[in-house]
Design a protein around this ligand. Structure first.
Ligand SMILES: [Zn+2]
Length: 123
């Protein structure tokens, strides 16, 4: 699987093949498949974010066909562990049981809360 590259103004955001494989291996391909999700960690420079790791799902996450509630303690442990390896937490991911996924209202609120509550120096 090829990696993907997105441009946000002058910022290049690269999803590596390894991270994509981790996420796509949890696609909800069957009617009974549960939502899966995790966190993304990247090597950062001023004009290039390279997302190298996509974690999850983890033991202790609560998963259903239409919901995913992560284990917050496990998330913080991941953030600490990858930070020591030079990788910064840059966001969450989760699956949807839709061919063309659209963020739910709860998804949007949740992302806004993460940005508001995070202490970081990222653009
Ligand atoms: Zn969602």
């Amino acid at each position: 699987m090829e990696g993907l590259i997105y441009w946000f103004h002058g910022l290049k955001v690269e999803l590596t093949s390894a991270a994509l494989v981790s996420m796509t291996s949890h696609r909800q391909a069957r009617f009974f498949s549960k939502e899966a999700g995790g966190q993304m960690f990247a090597k950062l420079s001023a004009d290039h974010w390279r997302i190298e790791v996509a974690t999850g799902p983890r033991h202790g996450d609560k998963r259903g066909r239409f919901h995913f509630w992560p284990n917050r303690k496990a998330e913080q442990e991941e953030i600490n562990r990858f930070y020591e390896q030079g990788l910064e937490f840059v966001g969450d991911w989760h699956t949807h049981p839709e061919n063309i996924p659209r963020p739910s209202r709860q998804d949007v609120t949740s992302v806004q809360n993460i940005v508001r509550e995070s202490v970081h120096h990222l653009p």
